[in-house]
Write a protein of this length. Sequence first.
Length: 154
Amino acid sequence: MKILFYVATFLLLLSGCFNDLDSNNKQLNALYDDADQQANLLLEGAERIEFLYQQQRGGVQVNSIGRITKLFENQQSPYVAQLILIRLNTGRKLLIKHNIEKASALPSLTVGEMLAFSGIYNWNSKGGVVQSTHQQADKAQRSGWLEYQQVTYQ
């Protein structure tokens, strides 16, 4: 009977240790938790674009972030647009075509800076093009944006 008492006491003490471990794990998880869910979603967006590229699919709304690698002169026809080449974290290059007749132009872009974006991805053999990076009153669910140096352009 004494053995049963000691075993029960030991198990009770042992379960208290595991509760403390669980509490400590929750505290550690809170410390290491990246509260910036938006950043995580943007990085996942690069993987989605890679999938679309591999499948040669387009016409899909995407959100991601990339590093500016080259700036081109503005496109003049059929609409005026800023042309920005970026590289995603997957290594894929992507052309951003930002309509500045319908949205504000991004001032003072610098090669090497990060650019977050939302728009419609269209496949091409060089990596793809993202368009519709502006507010669309008639198609709100397909509206896009660009974010550069913590300023959003639509």
